[in-house]
Design a protein around this ligand. Structure first.
Ligand code: SF4
Length: 390
């Protein structure tokens, strides 16, 4: 199904970090700072070339209204490099009017300074997403994070002083050494700092991460033995749901909460299958009909761009069956659910038997034609979604 949205999202991947967190399974690396500048140059060139190619193909304007710099740790790049990339996007594709733009920069609390924050605002960023993960120093240390609890308060203060009115913070339920008490304390401090947006992820141990390897091979260096049980993690998630609702946050997606008017507009594009362009190593794109991704290796990515060689590693036209799966899988992540009648009409399918079975099992709810995950099953949503699609 071709998406009809008129505006696009743009994602910029910055795959560099200061250290490797124990749970991380992303394609990110700890590299010399000298590589940051050339990487930013390569991203600018990719953007400019993509804009020119689009024009040559006569594909019309792709006005951008959300930009998201993710990683990795984009806040490690010099503000002037971040600005260069934003400027390339602005001149290559065109931005929506100022009040309609959401421009997010991901950062780690210990990398925030007053100087940087002012430069980011000046460059056009109006939202900062901080990888907080926990307010407990024992958990942060065990997870391999560079920041400590005091850095989080300091970063929030600096960003507010600089003038940021839209801050997001991420937390992880299930870090090593996390207890019910330490989790409640983290949520309480979070609600006190009162970011406009919150993401809470339940720890998943990937085989490729330090934690995953230690879980399989044994050892104590990364505290794999101190990871809470799956049931404890699900309980923590449920507890956070109740606490954040009481604090005035709207739970709008499985892992995301916002104060009224502060949902992540960029991420909503992913769940609604709206188009976005990704730039940088490993970045994904979707134009409504096909998906493609750049190669992950950041050094090869930069060399390819420099030599004028395509960086695309995968390109796939989304079939009708895949589009239907995506509508359900992505759409049901949103708590408001999906319009079952619209989906059945668009894809000419009858899902009534499958939905009836899942309702009987208490996994989903149907309100009119609106299909939603059952609220008490959100912590096991992946299993529910797999059932629905099987
Ligand atoms: S900061 Fe994020 S991307 Fe970097 S290692 Fe840690 S979890 Fe991975």
């Amino acid at each position: 199904m071709q998406t009809e949205a008129k505006t696009w999202g743009a994602y910029v991947q910055v795959p560099f970090c200061q250290t490797k967190c124990t749970y991380c399974n992303f394609h990110t690396g700890v590299v010399s700072r000298e590589r940051y500048g050339p990487y930013a140059d390569a991203v600018c060139r990719e953007i400019t070339e993509a804009a020119t190619a689009r024009e040559l193909r006569g594909e019309g304007a792709a006005t951008i209204d959300t930009v998201y710099f993710g990683g990795g740790t984009p806040s490690l790049l010099e503000p002037v490099a971040l600005k260069r990339i934003l400027d390339a996007l602005r001149s290559g594709f065109g931005f929506a009017r100022d009040g309609e733009m959401e421009i997010t920069l991901e950062g780690d609390p210990e990398t925030i300074t007053g100087e940087k924050a002012a430069a980011w605002l000046g460059a056009g960023f109006n939202r900062v997403s901080l990888g907080v993960q926990s307010f407990n120093d024992i958990e942060l240390k065990a997870a391999g994070r560079m920041h400590r609890r005091s850095d989080i308060f300091a970063a929030a203060e600096i960003l507010r002083q600089a003038g940021f009115r839209n801050i997001s913070m991420d937390l992880i339920a299930g870090l090593a050494h996390q207890t019910r008490e330490s989790w409640e304390e983290s949520i309480a401090r979070l609600a006190e700092v009162r970011p406009e947006h919150i993401s809470i992820y339940m720890l998943e141990i990937d085989e490729g991460s330090h934690l995953g390897k230690e879980s399989l091979a044994g050892g104590s260096r990364y505290s794999a033995g101190a990871i809470p049980s799956d049931d404890a993690i699900a309980d923590s998630y449920e507890w956070a749901r109740v606490a954040l609702r009481a604090a005035g946050y709207e739970h709008y997606e499985i892992s995301n909460w916002g104060l009224p008017g502060f949902r992540s507009r960029h991420n909503l594009k992913y769940w609604r299958r709206e188009p976005y362009l990704g730039f940088g190593a490993g970045a994904h794109s979707f134009d409504g009909a096909k998906r493609w991704a750049n190669r992950h290796d950041s050094a090869r990515y930069a060399t390819n761009i420099e030599q004028g060689i395509s960086t695309r590693e995968q390109e796939q036209v989304v079939t009708r069956a895949e589009a239907l799966e995506e509508e359900l899988f992505l759409g049901l992540r949103q708590l408001e659910g999906v319009d079952l009648a619209r989906i059945e009409n668009s894809y000419d399918v009858d899902l009534s038997t499958r939905v009836a079975e899942l309702r009987e099992q208490g996994l989903v709810e149907l309100h009119g034609t609106q299909l939603k995950l059952a609220p008490d099953r959100l912590s096991v949503s992946n299993g529910v979604l797999v059932e629905l699609l099987s």
